[in-house]
Design a protein around this ligand. Structure first.
Ligand code: DX5
Ligand code: ZN
Length: 212
């Protein structure tokens, strides 16, 4: 399975964003953790930052909405033409409708699950899904430790998806150390913040993430 690498901008130096973006120009996606201080206990950044990145990078955008009531903001985020908009399973009360709206707005539709959230309900929205994001930490902060119990969950997710063209993305504590295990369990899309931005040579690190 072809691996895709999504560089999480949360770990970048925001004072030098243009230079930071140049360091990750080989990534397949730039990942944005939008946090509202309600769904997660942290506030990060919003649309103006994503729009600014859009203007100085060619890399497709991957928007991870860690916000309550994500349906209220879909149009606004779709306006910056991200490849993917991902909402949280726990925050989207009418999930199927929200996923359909994301596609209608011209983006690929993702759903993210917190570590303790069961996979069960996903089987009813498979037709409306392009990506499942299995959180491998509790969302809200970069630099946390990967939760090993998620390997089992990824495997079960892969079984649930079967042959449907849906990517499994993992996010949180992802590094060269655990990518082989994550890939063997069935993940094909790897979000990493600290590991990529703290690397001396992010381009080389990203290349290794594809082959390790
Ligand atoms: C966690 C975020 C992640 C975060 C990953 O709430 O969803 O995208 O940026 O950061 P690292 O790779 O540092 O764990
Ligand atoms: Zn994220």
């Amino acid at each position: 399975m072809r691996r895709r690498i999504s560089a999480s901008i949360l770990a970048a130096d925001f004072g030098n964003l243009r230079e930071e973006l140049a360091r990750v120009k080989d990534a397949d996606l730039i990942h944005f953790d939008v946090m509202d201080g309600h769904f997660v206990p942290n506030i990060s950044f919003g649309l103006p930052v994503i729009a600014a990145v859009r203007r100085c990078s060619e890399v497709p955008l991957d928007v991870h909405l860690m916000i309550e009531g994500p349906e209220r903001y879909l149009e606004a985020f779709a306006a910056v033409q991200p490849e993917i908009i991902t909402v949280h399973y726990e925050a989207a009360v009418h999930l199927q409708r929200t996923l359909r709206q994301i596609r209608e707005l011209g983006c690929r539709a993702g759903v993210s699950l917190n570590p303790h959230t069961p996979l069960d309900g996903l089987r009813y929205v498979l037709d409306d899904l392009d990506l499942v994001l299995i959180m491998t930490v509790n969302p809200g902060f970069g630099g946390q430790q990967f939760i090993p119990a998620m390997l089992d969950k990824i495997q079960h997710c892969r079984e649930l998806i079967g042959t449907a063209p849906i990517e499994i993305q993992v996010d949180g504590g992802v590094s060269l150390e655990n990518i082989p295990l994550l890939a063997a369990a069935g993940a094909s899309n790897f979000v990493a913040g600290s590991a990529i931005f703290q690397a001396e040579d992010p381009a080389a690190y990203i290349a290794k993430m594809r082959t390790v």
